[in-house]
Ligand binder design. Sequence first.
Ligand code: PMP
Length: 287
Amino acid sequence: MSRTVYVNGEYMAEEEAKISIFDRGFLMADGVYEVTSVLDGRLIDFEGHAKRLQRSLDELGMQSPVSMDELLEIHRELVAKNGIEEGLVYLQITRGAPADRDFVFPDPAETPPTIVLFTQNKPGLAESPVARMGIKVISIPDLRWHRRDIKTVQLLYPSMGKMMAKAAGADDAWLVENGKVTEGTSNNAYIVKGGKIITRELSNDILHGITRAAVLRFAREAQMEVEERPFTIKEAQSADEAFITSASTFVMPVVEIDGVQLGNGKPGPVAKRLREIYLEESRKAAV
Ligand code: PMP
């Protein structure tokens, strides 16, 4: 069934949606995005995503074509129009479509940004069978640019990383730089040792995950110990458990790293508990 999508101020059928071939998102990956999950037909942590979007735009000197209040309305409208109970809302803003291709940024007075939103229906997102099994990851070098804190649409290397994982019979890849794990291709990475949750500290080296912020807050509130520091693959392989977080996977247990099984090869108790807490609290606070 055809989706209703949103393009530059209008709701339309997905088949009708068109973007210029001169759009800088298409030509130069000059754009930012957000993915917000939907549970029970409501948005999870919309405020966190809206704030990070504003930060990404500010860092690139881009303007939003809509206010953050309007953005919430558009998200809600799309969820309603497409009858999404569980799924995702994808949002992308680019620096727009100037008259010709040029490396120099166009004058924003003449070239308005492009904004596109669409929904992805994902029944069973919360009750994921994958989360009951856990995932396998491989490690690959982190060859991305050095402003990973900005959520840009330059996703070629993460996409290649997922393909490398698939070719190796794994589910995802963890990126390694200077001997330490930065994050997953599209998620933040954690290990658990002696009950302590260890994850890399915030910097320009990683995306400041909205799920990460919420999960660490819930962990601390539940009196779990959290240590924000980098770790190696070797340390991860000898950890009690591991997991990843993202808006689309929530808290997802990791049961194997570069062919080495963690513990008994089943999701660990900390990851399981954090997933439960995260889903419960997020559903309560959804808008
Ligand atoms: N790191 C990277 C590189 C990502 O692409 C993502 C998800 N887009 C995350 C972390 C997780 O961020 P969030 O929890 O906000 O989805």
